[in-house]
Design a protein around this ligand. Structure first.
Ligand SMILES: [Zn+2]
Length: 327
């Protein structure tokens, strides 16, 4: 995460397998389609994946099928697929909620008859049943909300992209840049919003970070990889939940930036193009990598509300006007 200047050498060397997997460019994205003929494994595709290349008579749309496993490796299929499965854990929520509401209503009735021994007995049983069901319903509600919030945020970002002339790949790329820098759950929305503006300020649009392979390869985002792998490596559900919350928040930041028609004057980044994360900066960072200390080239942009331990933002100084030549 997040030192950021063109002059930086690549940070940690990745494993051999990561490098060879990276070398494969993702296949082109296409509108959703599936085969027109019956098949053993009815899925839809949104990329020209190896399986999709065998389809000769494609039918448009996603039908009610799940996304193809190969296609899910590319683009945000890796998240939407997981969220679909995750959201199904809340399938019983309406029924369980109704049962719980019934229990609570009955409990209120019984409490009025506290002197009646039969009522007292039923009340004790009911209280135990409520105590068992309540956490389950709360958990299902959180799952349902989280899945819904992600799906809504993703859709809104894609729509904001369409309205501002940006492709799905570009929308996902901007969210990926924010996540590369700010996936930690302790980071607030303003920082993610500022990052969305600052990246576009820096690149003049939604463009890929510089990414050169190898130890000495130049990158302009530390730890950037052309295919996001962090989510797939998280094996605990709560880690994936936190990650998804950060991603949902990042997608909201993308929507805000892409919907902003006055980005030049509204810019919450105040023209910042660069940043680094003091809290994550190794104390032994060599002087030549501390670009932010280069006062000739960079000036700091103060952004109240973003903790300076998390991020400090900078822009390049404008060259000083050349003094008029004496006559
Ligand atoms: Zn596919």
């Amino acid at each position: 995460m997040s030192i950021s200047a063109e002059s930086l050498p690549a940070t940690p060397q990745r494993s051999k397998s990561a490098r060879s997997a990276k070398a494969k460019e993702p296949p082109p994205r296409v509108p959703p389609f599936h085969t027109n003929t019956p098949e053993d494994n009815p899925v839809y595709h949104d990329h020209h994946c190896a399986a999709a290349q065998q389809i000769h008579d494609p039918q448009e749309g996603s039908d009610v099928r799940p996304l193809c496993g190969l296609c899910a490796h590319y683009g945000y299929g890796r998240y939407t697929g997981w969220v679909d499965t995750y959201g199904k854990k809340a399938t019983d929520l309406p029924a369980n909620r109704q049962t719980l509401d019934g229990y609570l209503a009955r409990k209120a009735e019984l409490e009025k008859q506290a002197d009646d021994p039969a009522a007292k007995k039923e009340l004790a049983e009911l209280t135990a049943a409520i105590e068992a069901l309540e956490p389950k319903v709360d958990r299902e509600q959180r799952i349902s909300d989280r899945a819904q919030h992600f799906n809504d945020a993703y859709k809104a970002a894609i729509d904001a992209g369409k309205a501002s002339g940006h492709s799905t790949d570009e929308v996902e790329l901007l969210a990926d840049v924010i996540m590369n820098e700010a996936h930690d759950k302790t980071i607030g929305h303003l920082a993610r919003q500022v990052l969305a503006y600052a990246w576009i300020n820096r690149k003049g649009g939604i463009k890929q970070p510089i990414y050169k392979k190898g130890k000495k390869g130049k990158r302009d985002l530390s730890h950037w990889d052309q295919r996001e792998r962090r989510f797939g490596k998280l094996d605990k559900e709560f880690e994936r939940e936190w990650y998804l919350d950060s991603l949902t928040d990042s997608l909201k930041a993308v929507t805000e930036r892409l919907s902003d028609k006055l980005a030049d004057t509204d810019d919450p980044a105040h023209g910042a193009t660069h940043w680094y994360s003091p809290d994550n900066q190794p104390a032994d960072t060599p002087a030549e990598e501390r670009w932010w200390e280069n006062k000739k080239e960079f000036e700091e942009v103060t952004i109240p509300g973003v903790p300076t331990g998390q991020f400090r933002f900078y822009k390049k100084k404008k060259p000083a006007p050349t003094p008029p030549k004496p006559h």
